[in-house]
Write a protein that binds this ligand. Sequence first.
Ligand SMILES: Cc1ncc(COP(=O)(O)O)c(C=O)c1O
Length: 446
Amino acid sequence: MSRPAEKPALKPNDLEAFWMPFTANRSFKKRPRIVVRAKDMHYYTAEGRAVLDGAAGMWCCNAGHNRDTIVAAIRAEAETLDYAPPFQFAHPKAFSLASRIAALAPGDLDHVFFCNSGSEAVDTALKIALAYHNVRGEGARTRLIGRERGYHGVGFGGISVGGMPNNRKYFGSLLAGVDHLPHTYNREEQAFTKGEPEWGAHLADELERIVALHDASTIAAVIVEPMAGSTGVLPPPKGYLQRLRAICDKYGILLIFDEVITGFGRLGHAFAAERYGVAPDMITFAKGVTSGAVPMGGVVVRKGIHDTFMRGPEHAIELFHGYTYSAHPLACAAGLATLDLYRDEKLFERAKKLEPKWADAAMSLKGLPGVLDIRTVGLTAAIDLASRPDAFGKRAFETMDRAFHEDDLMLRVAGETLALTPPLIITESQIGEMFEKVAKVIKAGA
Ligand SMILES: Cc1ncc(COP(=O)(O)O)c(C=O)c1O
């Protein structure tokens, strides 16, 4: 039998084998944007260029990069406990971190289920919602309601309830029995609003229409991002989330807030639920829980939901769900050190204090060529750009590329929107520097 030809050795700088996620691979590989290290507010390239991080990595490095205490905690845990099985066994830090996260969540959201990403957190929350109704004898409640323009990760559950067409249209029929609320953006009514727009609370009433269509007895849960991040920063209209809560309560429908982006200080509070004074039944989280240093996600669940599962013989598993790496020791160690930093440096309060300055700085770009709208909330900002004829997304893409290569700034794009979401340690002068760079790069691409 002939042996397969040996694969050619990869050159150290061969970019071919890595099929990059959510990336324009061919153009990246012609002109790569590669970083090799990071510290605090900056990434560094191999040539030593310092790139100001306008994106907190990907909305996750809320405490800044390579913080000493987080690094030390990960290192110490790796030397002590590399892995512990989370099914039927455990390690102490899993319980400590769950208690710390539960203490940050509102009301009786006091039990935490761990996983490894936002996508897993969403699928976990949806499964808990379905199983909860099932174990209480309302197994007909199987419908899930998401929202247009929502992003809930890339699992089949998440793309089914999500509302971004490109994330859905290639992937078959998705979960059955999913409906969507309308998104809450209307440029005519809301353009250049700082924070939550006045217009749009009535859109929550669309849930009444969906209930009337399907009957409440078939609906398990509604899932929304309190602030829709990945689609380009859509803060909730004033009163919208309160109305959703009230309608869910009226019909016994669970309300899930996907706080993968909004959790851990992004909107000036531990969770957006606190900012808006609305307690959902479950909160999904990921990203900021470890400041991006080790993958981790999870769901915070109300006591009543958790307790509903705690029946039957005590030797029996109550929820048939979990991951090999749920509550991984390195993630738990990173999470505990991260929560210490958030507390000791008062980073959530810092985000809240900086919000007015941040919003002013962002709005100063109004009037630049091609800027159609600017939205801000907490330490996030989105800038909608006018598309070039027949090339939707090209202008924002080129702006992001130019910002990295020529202006030493990392920002994110969604369609034709630039998004800025820096680490919460950003200083006032760095806010100024960031928006100067953004202004320059927008003008250059005009
Ligand atoms: C609201 C929301 N949910 C879920 C996810 C998916 O998280 P992950 O990429 O960790 O799976 C994201 C990622 O940006 C998100 O913004």
